[in-house]
Design a binder for this molecule. Structure first.
Ligand SMILES: Cc1cc2nc3c(=O)[nH]c(=O)nc-3n(C[C@H](O)[C@H](O)[C@H](O)COP(=O)(O)OP(=O)(O)OC[C@H]3O[C@@H](n4cnc5c(N)ncnc54)[C@H](O)[C@@H]3O)c2cc1C
Length: 405
């Protein structure tokens, strides 16, 4: 009998793990609490080691064919005129816009399509209870079903609820910033650049192109008030309207869309820090384990690389404890770098004072200037990548083959 694994969460980390475990001979079930694959989400970057994971899955060409076509990132002034422009990266690791920039929902669909025949997917259900002993984990589902698995891996994202069942010590570290994402109609003066307006008073507006004829918008706000993510949508829309009503660029059309009832995704940015990513036969992977937040720009890269590594580490040994320890030892340094944001992040890029904004704009102009780019892009690298660690600094293990017995 092949070892059985339950993976909870079908976004990026979950299906990637399922792909490689199934290839190694495990019997894999993926449970996702929503009724189908989630389509929402904006542009996410796939860089360095993660791109190699897609290559090894045979999905790189399909992912490249589905990129958003974003040409680069431009910081703009109150009237939408460029202050500093950073073209899309060509070396796969630098600059805010990656060469492989894809809508999260598109990437999720590619990963699902690559696994649906080898993995059992169950949508519209979720884990309610986990009870483990030395030989397995008894899982109770919300549907009432009960089943025993050799291993359970939670890939439920930063807001995982199941995590508390096995990792009661898990705590979020808030960054003091909320973001709302939504899709708005494209208009004639939109471009194929990610345009980013630093609005002052800790606020920002960003508009990004996609490849389906709409614009992916986001507004972000530095705030010391926690719990805004627990308000209902109407309450969150009121907070956003009050905060952005005097912002001249980008915000009026976003507030119009909100007033028209456009759905949005609201996030209170928080990192996850856990002393261990496994407890017995239950493990974590992706944002559920180590969320670095969107300001790190590397969450999807970590999820793809981490899920692949977990499968490789588990398949290499019949002892799950040794496999989980190996996974953690390989991934910890990469995750630690991704989570160690530069001092002042995200406040420095979202200044509250006019003086702070003037200094930031001056630094951005310098970073985008030819001389700065000639001296190795030092300033541009520091500002443009928001301290992201080089995604090609992580060396992937050998691809998982047959599970060791
Ligand atoms: C809808 C959505 C939109 C996103 N949009 C962006 C974006 O615009 N920009 C950005 O940088 N990042 C975005 N992200 C986050 C990004 O996908 C992750 O940072 C990164 O790709 C790591 O992915 P992950 O698979 O670890 O977690 P996630 O992508 O967060 O996926 C977690 C999955 O687990 C499912 N899930 C949650 N709880 C349960 C449960 N109890 N039982 C079963 N399933 C559960 C969720 O529905 C989801 O499908 C988004 C994530 C989601 C889910």
């Amino acid at each position: 009998m092949p070892p059985t694994v339950l993976v909870s969460g079908a976004s990026v980390a979950g299906p990637t793990l399922a792909f490689w475990l199934a290839r190694a001979g495990y019997a894999v079930t993926v449970v996702e609490r929503t009724d189908g694959l989630r389509e929402e989400g904006q542009n996410v970057d796939v860089r360095g080691a993660a791109r190699e994971v897609l290559r090894r899955m045979g999905l790189e060409d399909a992912a490249l064919a589905a990129t958003t076509g974003e040409q680069g990132t431009a910081f703009v002034d109150d009237r939408g005129r460029d202050i500093a422009a950073f073209p899309a990266g060509t070396d796969d690791t630098s600059g805010p816009t990656a060469e492989l920039e894809i809508l999260r929902g598109r990437l999720g669909q590619l990963l699902f399509d690559a696994t649906e025949h080898d993995v059992e997917y169950r949508f519209g259900d979720q884990v309610r209870g986990l009870d483990q002993d030395a030989n397995g984990v008894d899982v109770t589902f919300a549907s009432g079903a009960q089943e025993r698995f050799d291993l359970v891996v939670l890939a439920e994202g930063v807001n995982s609820r199941t995590r508390a069942l096995a990792f009661p010590e898990a705590r979020k570290q808030h960054l003091g910033m909320v973001i709302a994402y939504l899709t708005i109609p494209r208009q004639d003066d939109d471009t194929d650049w990610w345009r980013w307006y630093v609005a002052g008073r800790g606020r920002g507006v960003s508009l990004r192109p996609d490849d389906v004829g709409t614009i992916r918008a986001a507004v972000n706000l530095m705030t010391d008030t926690r719990g805004l993510d627990e308000l209902d949508s109407a309450g969150q829309a009121t907070v956003l309207r009050r905060a952005f009503q005097d912002v001249p660029w980008g915000a009026p059309r976003i507030l119009d869309a909100l007033a028209d009832g456009a759905p949005f995704y609201f996030e209170d940015l928080a990192q996850m820090h856990l002393p261990s990513w496994s407890a017995g036969r239950i493990a974590l992977v992706g944002d559920a384990a180590w969320c670095a937040t969107p300001v790190s720009g590397i969450g999807t890269t970590l999820a793809l690389s981490g899920a692949y590594t977990l499968a490789a580490s588990l398949a290499a040994t019949p002892d799950h404890r040794a496999g989980l320890a190996d996974f953690e030892q390989r991934m910890r340094p990469f995750v630690a770098k991704a989570q160690s944001l530069p001092p002042g992040t995200p406040g420095l890029a979202n200044p509250r004072t006019d003086r702070g904004r003037a200094l930031l704009w001056a630094a951005l102009r310098l970073a985008a200037s030819r001389p700065a780019q000639r001296v190795g892009g030092l300033v541009g690298g520091a500002l443009g990548s928001f301290g992201r660690p080089p995604a090609d600094a992580y060396r992937l293990p050998e691809a998982p083959s047959a599970v060791a017995d």
